[in-house]
Design a protein around this ligand. Structure first.
Ligand code: B1M
Length: 209
């Protein structure tokens, strides 16, 4: 089994103790951080499929998520290159009712390394909290919303609407997450959509340029 396959298998099996060492060994063996991240994301896809087919349950999904988070910790220095320029401030959070944060954390990391100061509100963030935080951070020029569940897409829509209705201006809204599409982003009035963390960093730079 190659080192990448070992990392993949360790995430899928939720090996939270072994994963950091395996990721480090993969890096030392010459694999890029992106390659290692890609195989971990692929493993999470398999975990999701197994959950859908009833082969595994929430605890197994949770432990795989924990393993992935520990693996990402090792990759952080490689993924996040220090940016010397300041492009502004980004408020990020996973919308109300949604507890998924692995993707959101990757997006935050990439946006931060693109040169933004981050205000991370975490998961299950009510629309009121986004508005309160925008008011408290008048220098914020990006608001980033993540959703991983089809059932929380309406919360994303409500959040964008509430932010627009608040009359607050001076920032752009970017949305993303597995069930989100460009079409949905357009429909709910977001300024931008990105499919993945790297794409989000590119988009926010475009939005403020
Ligand atoms: Co959940 N879960 N989960 N889960 N979970 C999914 C999302 C699911 C697809 C699994 C499946 O059934 N195949 C499914 C959703 C189905 C649907 O809505 N269509 C699902 C379900 C059903 C649920 C529960 C309802 C299960 C239950 O309780 N019965 C429950 C809901 C809880 C809640 O949120 N209220 C639940 C719970 C959980 C755990 C807590 C156990 C755990 C989350 C742990 C955590 O996040 N700390 C978990 C996990 C781990 C998953 C899977 C397996 C993996 C998610 C992940 O981290 N992927 C997931 C299946 C899957 O994704 N294939 C699944 C890796 C991550 C890097 O990718 O998050 O997609 P992702 O982020 C990407 C892009 O989406 C994008 O960039 C990221 C990096 O490239 N992106 C953005 C994300 N946000 C962005 C924002 C942007 C731009 C891009 O701009 C702002």
């Amino acid at each position: 089994m190659s080192k990448l396959q070992e990392v993949n298998a360790a995430v899928a099996a939720g090996k939270t103790k072994a994963i950091a060492g395996l990721v480090q060994e993969a890096l030392d063996g010459g694999h890029s951080a992106q390659e290692i991240l890609d195989t971990m994301i692929e493993a999470m896809g398999v975990v999701g499929d197994k959950f859908s087919s009833g082969e595994i349950f929430v605890p197994e999904m949770l432990i795989a998520g924990k393993a992935m988070q520990k693996g990402v910790e090792v990759l952080k220095p490689q993924l996040a290159s220090e940016s010397s320029t300041s492009l502004g401030k980004c408020i990020i959070g996973t919308v109300a009712g949604d507890l998924h944060d692995i993707g959101k954390n990757l997006v935050a990391l990439m946006i931060e390394s693109a040169g933004f100061e981050m205000v991370d509100l975490g998961v299950d963030v009510p629309k009121e909290k986004f508005i309160e935080t925008i008011k408290a951070n008048p220098d914020a020029n990006i608001v980033a919303l993540s959703a991983l569940l089809t059932t929380t897409m309406p919360a994303m829509r409500d959040t964008v609407k509430a932010i627009r209705d608040s009359g607050l201006t001076g920032f752009k809204i970017i949305v993303g997450g597995a069930p989100i599409t460009q079409e949905f982003a357009d429909e709910i009035g977001a300024d931008a959509y990105a499919r993945d963390a790297g794409g989000a960093a590119v988009k926010v730079k475009e939005l403020v340029s």
